[in-house]
Design a protein around this ligand. Structure first.
Ligand code: SF4
Ligand code: SF4
Length: 177
């Protein structure tokens, strides 16, 4: 199909340039005014990682496996978090605790292995919602970057909250009794 371009084209009415338009100075001043205005606007960028952006209170970051006040692992390897995870990011292996390990684990059963694949995780928080023991929560910490895929598989030791001095002393007292 061919078009008759000359019939469709419209003639543009160009008015002759004024003296001010020909010397370009008003246009340059207008451009400089915009540039100067932007120089004093607060920048939306931050110098990460030296400066960290404050997150909303509902931000969901890296998972943490919780301990009780005596430092014992709260997780009983019930599997509800893995069942509720829409991304199938959680895997675990349950084990039975020995009587001599009651200072380490809270219940009869505990997670011998616990892993979260952060490449699958969508940080929905359903694992936290499903947990009946308050054993897992999503903290305000970013999941750090890594160069290898295996670096995104977080194991139990990466996820367990460190013992505080208070937990250590309570644990010592409970083992003495
Ligand atoms: S936050 Fe959501 S996607 Fe990530 S491990 Fe928990 S349930 Fe799965
Ligand atoms: S984190 Fe909570 S829901 Fe998941 S296995 Fe442990 S106790 Fe069960």
């Amino acid at each position: 199909m061919t078009y008759n371009i000359s019939k469709k084209a419209k003639e543009v009415d160009r008015h002759p340039m004024t003296f001010l338009e020909r010397i370009y100075l008003p246009a340059i001043a207008k451009g400089l005014k915009i540039t100067l205005g932007h120089m004093f606007i607060k920048r939306p960028t931050i110098n990460y990682p030296e400066v960290k952006r404050p997150f909303s209170s509902t931000f969901r970051g890296l998972h943490v496996l919780n301990r009780d006040e005596e430092g014992r692992e709260r997780c009983t390897a019930c599997g509800l978090c893995a069942l509720s995870c829409p991304a199938e990011a959680i895997t675990m292996e349950a084990a039975e605790r020995l009587p001599s390990e009651s200072h380490l684990y809270r219940e009869e059963k505990y997670a011998a292995n616990y892993e979260i694949n952060m490449l699958r995780c969508i940080f929905c928080g359903l694992c936290e919602e499903a947990c009946p023991k308050d054993a897992i929560y999503l903290s305000q910490t970013f999941a750090p970057a890594n160069y290898e895929r295996k670096g995104f598989i977080y194991k139990k030791d990466d996820l367990l909250i460190p013992m505080t001095a208070e937990m250590e002393s309570k644990k010592e007292k409970s083992t003495q009794h």
